[in-house]
Design a protein around this ligand. Structure first.
Ligand SMILES: Nc1ncnc2c1ncn2[C@@H]1O[C@H](COP(=O)(O)OP(=O)(O)OP(=O)(O)O)[C@@H](O)[C@H]1O
Ligand SMILES: [Mg+2]
Length: 347
């Protein structure tokens, strides 16, 4: 691909310098290029999401931006400081939640936070106050004396959130903050992050594998694949950038070899994915037209539909579009010159 599909405007303006500016950044491990010439910027107060399949380079990008590993090429400016030249200044301005849980299970919640506050040289008088505030923010005040190993996975994640905030950072990096959490705990973390963004005026950069999370939480999203930035925009811009504004899901009562080809011929259809026997996911620029024609087609053939639904394009569709994952099942619409007769005509 020649470059990312940048959907819409950049959030950075002349009056507000970017909280994070990544410029042509590269990371090589020996001969292997894990991150290839990636550029983006994150505006102050934004929640910015990095999406991508396993091994895409998300954690590597975060590690470079948070000074944990050196940059091979290009540069990253975080809170106005170059990560390579002024790493101490960067570290003072950021909070980091790594992909793996790293709080000490044998220590109490408060002890874990206290160690971090000392590491970040938070003055003694300020420490107590900061710890009380962040524990309140993640709803763990009652558990301050509990050993971390006695807590549930969701609570442990919240300990990590609190720990990452105990020195009052301006920019918060979170690598998969909700992986492994049940849906209720995940939503609780989203609410906390949204509250933190508002009450502490934090800028956040997070990675996630959950499309719903990215959609609900992030102001803008960058999709990374094989170390390259392949798309960048707001969730709405990314959805509009995918051919087909709606997704029609149809389940026929029986499978025939022709369903895929017949669906491709309907008005507005841009792609057809066979999900399982008789079950198809159809991307279309006109959900209503395609649905009407589909019902007419089934009736004229004497076939029954077991289910039919029309939805707007989701971030899952965006992800599939830009990363090519699941494309093996996709049937590509034939070019215009070979278009078959209008729907309704006898096959
Ligand atoms: N220290 C290292 N030495 C060599 N290769 C590495 C190293 N760290 C990461 N890689 C490789 O770099 C690529 C990107 O890894 P990275 O951890 O950034 O991916 P990711 O997008 O965070 O994936 P995941 O979703 O699985 O967390 C992978 O192919 C990985 O194997
Ligand atoms: Mg990772």
């Amino acid at each position: 691909m020649s470059g990312p599909d940048t959907c819409g405007s950049q959030a950075q303006t002349a009056s507000a310098p970017a909280a994070i500016a990544v410029e042509h950044i590269v990371k090589r491990y020996g001969d292997f290029e894990a991150v290839k010439d990636v550029s983006f910027s994150v505006a102050e107060g934004e929640i910015f999401g990095l999406l991508g399949p396993n091994g895409a380079g998300k954690s590597t990008l975060i590690r470079m931006m948070t000074t944990l590993i050196p940059v091979t090429g290009g540069r990253a400016i975080v809170a106005g400081h170059d990560v390579a030249r002024d790493s101490d200044a960067v570290r003072r301005m950021i909070g980091v939640i790594p992909q793996a849980l790293t709080s000490d299970p044998d220590l109490t919640v408060e002890e874990n936070l206290s160690i971090y506050a000392k590491l970040y040289s938070v003055p003694r008088a300020q420490r107590e106050k900061n710890i009380a505030e962040v524990l309140e923010a993640v709803d763990l005040s009652k558990w301050r004396g509990a050993q971390v190993k006695t807590l549930s996975g969701g609570m442990r994640r919240r300990v990590e959130l609190a720990r990452g905030l105990v020195h009052n950072p301006r920019i918060f990096f979170l690598d998969e903050p909700t992986t492994g959490l049940d849906p209720v705990s995940r939503i609780a973390v989203w609410e906390m992050l949204n509250n933190l963004k508002t009450t502490r005026n934090l800028t956040m950069l997070l990675t996630t594998h959950y499309m719903e999370e990215a959609d609900k939480l992030c102001d803008r999203i960058a999709i990374v694949d094989h170390g390259t930035l392949v798309a960048l925009g707001t969730p709405a811009e990314l959805k509009h950038s995918v051919p087909g504004a709606n997704v029609v899901e149809v389940h026929f009562s029986r499978e025939t070899a022709e369903w895929g080809a017949r669906l491709e011929k309907l008005d507005g259809v841009t792609s057809v994915q066979a999900e399982s026997a008789g079950f198809y996911r159809v991307l279309t620029s006109s959900g209503s037209k395609t649905t009407m024609q589909l019902v007419e087609m089934a009736a004229s053939l004497g076939e029954t539909l077991t289910s039919l639904s029309v939805q707007n394009t989701t971030l899952d569709d965006v992800f599939v579009h830009y990363t090519g994952r699941q494309l093996r099942d996709e049937l590509v619409k034939p070019p215009a010159f070979s278009l078959p007769p209008r729907p309704g005509a006898q096959p």
